[in-house]
Unconditional design. Structure first.
Length: 211
């Protein structure tokens, strides 16, 4: 498993060139795409994500790690399809209206995809009605909302209320996250789950979809 550990370390260090070499090498050695993804790429990204949450890593470090991660995923995507990974559900994800931060959202997206969840990325500055219309049109099981500013957090509640108004609240789970968000706020606005990082978000999402 040493090369898988090397892949994880390369992600943590944001070493794109190393990923371009190590991932194909791991494939040649017979490691499955799922092993490379979960134990190498995602493991490394989870560690850098945890360090970011604890203020031990900063935005530039996360960005270079995410870039390396995206390259690694690109290299194994054809193999993931061949291995027959079956989707367990669909989510739409975005940063709420008024907020342009996307690092946390992007990490959660990768983590969700690692759990065989199809993800529609709506980007940043997403109005409540866009979340809801996408959930309706694409038959999403989950709506995932991110906010990095206290001033944009109220737009998460707008998503919950819009889901109720559209009559889909009973059919979709709403997950929220971001630096200023808390479990207390989640309960206050009537969302279904708050998670502190991408790894725990993916675990909770999978629980919703397989319950």
């Amino acid at each position: 498993m040493s090369i898988i550990n090397d892949i994880s370390a390369a992600i943590q260090g944001g070493k794109l060139k190393d990923i371009k070499v190590l991932v194909p090498q791991a494939i040649e050695e017979g490691h499955s795409a799922q092993t490379i993804l979960n134990d190498g790429l995602l493991h490394g990204m989870s560690i850098i994500g945890d360090r970011f949450t604890r203020n031990e890593a900063f935005v530039p470090e996360v960005l270079v790690s995410a870039r390396a991660m995206n390259k690694g995923v690109e290299l194994i995507k054809p193999l993931l399809a061949e291995e027959g990974a079956t989707s367990i559900g669909k989510a739409c994800i975005g940063t709420v209206e008024g907020d342009l931060h996307d690092i946390g959202k992007n990490i959660v997206k990768l983590m969700l995809e690692s759990r065989n969840i199809d993800v529609i990325d709506l980007g940043v500055d997403v109005p409540a009605d866009k979340f809801i219309q996408t959930a309706i049109d694409e038959k999403c099981d989950l709506i995932c909302c991110s906010a990095l500013l206290t001033t944009t957090m109220p737009n998460m509640e707008k998503v919950v209320e819009a889901a109720k108004a559209a009559g889909i609240r009973e059919n979709v789970k709403i997950m929220i996250g971001g630096a200023p968000v808390t479990q207390e706020y989640c309960e206050k606005i009537g969302a279904d789950a708050f998670t502190i990082d991408g790894g725990s978000a993916a675990v909770r999402a999978a629980e919703f979809l397989t319950a």
